[in-house]
Design a protein around this ligand. Structure first.
Ligand SMILES: Cc1ncc(COP(=O)(O)O)c(C=O)c1O
Length: 349
């Protein structure tokens, strides 16, 4: 077991967190004259005048049952992007410490590190988007505090090897973050089930993808309770607004509906892969475990511009390592995908 407290920045270790009015009294019945809210109500309808639960207790209670973990092992954030930033602030001393990433990967690890003046070590994935485990382990420096592993990976779409992740988890004396934003689309168990074996493991998930709630910004970090208590200590007091919290509480009763929609997306994705691979301009389609497809095309910039002219917006990833001439297509509805195929098949006419 790793001494998590010894990995924390000194100022975070000694930080006395802000104590909000709703930390001091947690009951729901009473006359609330403690938080300088508007006691007459909110201007629009909807009882929006009170601050929300700073600890999102009801969400954690429900989520812990679905995810088979404890509320103490769950952090709820303003998107999982918030957790990425808070982890950086908790563990990495600006100007001194580093994180390790495996490009091509999700861009926010780099942005959060840059904002926090944290150095970045790169151990790129192979051309087939697999982890170079030995390269990762030999690139770690004394001040490397975190390794970010995105599985399924964005933008390549594939799951990364469990054995490689296990090796990294058991060899690295720092925090290993496994970002599972797309795990609902993959045929594999979440790393949440390994939290008891590795106290340095942080698993990120989000309501933005399979649950279809990108608009309301709610994401999660699952980890050992010491890590979770630190994230809770340094977050903004009311980091997840009450409207979003209520939507999540109601949505969590609907896991079956989420699974149904995931199946529909997978059905459409598999159809799209088949049809895309018959088009002349598509040179290669990478295998995907996500709700998007990375494809190599004849000329990414030209195809991208052509699609834009036709009001179809995809992501041009051709500037990323090992993604030369690659576009990333999110799986749309049947109608949207048909339109995409129709437009692509007319390219160059
Ligand atoms: C791999 C990965 N992690 C995290 C996120 C961000 O998720 P959220 O909307 O919860 O901030 C994304 C969004 O695209 C993503 O691709």
């Amino acid at each position: 077991m790793i001494n998590i407290v010894s990995l924390l920045r000194e100022n975070i270790k000694s930080l006395k967190p802000y104590s909000s009015a709703r930390d001091e009294y947690t009951g729901s019945i009473g006359i609330f004259l403690d938080a300088n809210e508007n006691s007459f109500g909110s201007i629009p309808d909807g009882n929006l005048n009170r601050y929300p639960d700073p600890h999102q207790r009801e969400i954690k209670e429900k989520l812990s049952k679905i995810k088979k973990t404890n509320p103490e092992n769950i952090f709820i954030g303003n998107g999982s992007d918030e957790a990425i930033d808070l982890l950086m602030r908790a563990f990495c001393k600006p100007g001194k410490d580093s994180i390790l990433i495996m490009p091509p990967t999700y861009g926010m690890y780099r942005v959060a590190a840059d904002i926090n003046d944290v150095n970045i070590i790169e151990a790129p994935l192979t051309a087939e988007f697999t982890i170079e485990t030995d390269e990762v382990l030999s690139s770690i420096k004394t001040n490397t505090k975190m390794i970010f592993i995105c599985s399924p990976n964005n933008p390549s779409g594939n799951l990364l090897s469990r054995n490689s992740i296990l090796k990294i988890l058991s060899s690295f004396d720092g925090i290993v973050v496994v970002d599972e934003a797309y795990i609902d689309f993959a045929n594999e168990d979440s790393w949440i089930s390994k939290l008891n074996s590795f106290n340095n493991l942080v698993v990120l998930q989000t309501f933005s993808k399979a649950w279809g709630l990108a608009n309301i910004r709610v994401g999660m970090a699952y980890a050992n309770e010491i890590i979770i208590s630190v994230l809770n200590k340094i977050k903004y007091p009311y980091n997840v607004n009450g409207v979003s919290q209520q939507i999540i509480i109601d949505t969590l009763d609907n896991e079956a509906r989420k699974n149904e929609v995931v199946n529909k997306i997978l059905f459409e994705r598999n159809k799209l892969v088949k049809v895309l691979s018959t088009l002349d301009i598509i040179e290669h389609i990478f295998s995907t475990d996500s709700n998007f497809i990375l494809a190599k095309v004849s000329d990414a910039n030209k195809v991208y511009d052509y699609l834009l002219e036709n009001k179809i917006i995809v992501r041009n990833r051709s500037n990323m390592i090992n993604c030369e001439e690659c576009l990333r297509f999110t799986v749309g509805t049947e109608e949207e995908n048909n339109k995409l195929i129709d437009i692509l098949s007319k390219y160059g006419e």
